[in-house]
Design a protein around this ligand. Structure first.
Ligand code: 6PG
Length: 247
């Protein structure tokens, strides 16, 4: 077995509940530190099933500096915000509508205009928020697909032009649904990036993504390497079952 690439922080939890508690604690700590340092917390949320419990837990947190928190999304499906597939809809339902975050601090990806136009619009809004500087988010949460995708960056479908872009339009291969995604370029400017992975179905891909293997083409999840920030993987035991963490 090849050794997992543990210059990345890898943390393993007995089940999804413990994983979710730990991620919620990490978000709170990160938010408090960011607010103390710069007066605001810029946080990009992941979609998918894995972070749902974390969002529920955070909806009850009285330690989150909600009024200074700005939420963005790592990706979105081009559906109505009321569609059950909407990443905004999911986070709104479980967390945002239950907490005192100012409406103007919720920066959803408005996908109604189609993926390309929406990506350009979201990129402009990020450039305005970050004053044109590539300073990046304080925290980005990401998931891992069983094909190695992360956000909506799918294997074999990330255009070369993505290197110069902060946000791109994409299409999910399974259902051909147009999507909008942050690129690795902007994610890698972040201060902290955290992958949340759970379930035995993710064990093989977690092993593939985390192992050192220069010979295979890079999977999208492997292109996430923050330039000067911290990369953390938080997995439940089932997802981590094939990792060899010995040094
Ligand atoms: C989304 C994200 C996707 C997700 C992974 C993992 O679905 O919105 O685009 O990248 O984070 O597919 O999803 P699970 O957490 O459901 O395994």
């Amino acid at each position: 077995m090849r050794r997992a690439n543990i210059d990345t922080g890898v943390h393993i939890f007995v089940n999804v509940e413990e994983l979710s508690q730990a991620v919620a604690d990490l978000v709170v700590k990160c938010a408090q530190a960011a607010v103390q340092a710069s007066g605001r917390f810029a946080w990009a949320l992941s979609g998918g099933e894995t972070p749902t419990r974390t969002y529920e837990l955070l909806s009850h947190s009285n330690r989150m500096p909600w009024t200074q928190t700005h939420v963005f999304w790592a990706d979105e499906r081009c559906v109505s915000p009321f569609d059950p597939r909407s990443n905004f809809g999911m986070a709104n339902e479980l967390m945002l509508k239950r907490v005192p975050i100012p409406e103007q601090n919720v920066h959803r990806i408005e996908c109604e205009e189609g993926a390309k136009a929406s990506a350009e619009k979201y990129e402009r809004s990020l450039q305005i928020f970050f004053d044109g500087e590539m300073v990046g988010f304080d925290l980005v949460l990401l998931g891992l697909g069983s094909d190695g995708h992360t956000a909506s960056l799918f294997p074999g479908a990330v255009p070369q032009s993505a290197a110069e872009r902060w946000v791109i339009g994409s299409t999910s291969p399974g259902d051909n649904l147009p999507r909008v995604s942050l690129t690795a370029t902007i994610i890698n400017q972040s201060k902290e990036v955290v992958f949340l992975v759970s379930g035995a179905a993710k064990a093989q891909i977690a092993k593939d993504v985390l192992r050192i293997n220069e010979d295979t083409p890079k999977l999208p999840a492997q292109t996430i390497r923050p330039k000067s920030g911290v990369l953390v993987w938080m997995l439940d035991q089932d997802a981590a079952s094939l990792l060899d963490l010995t040094v």
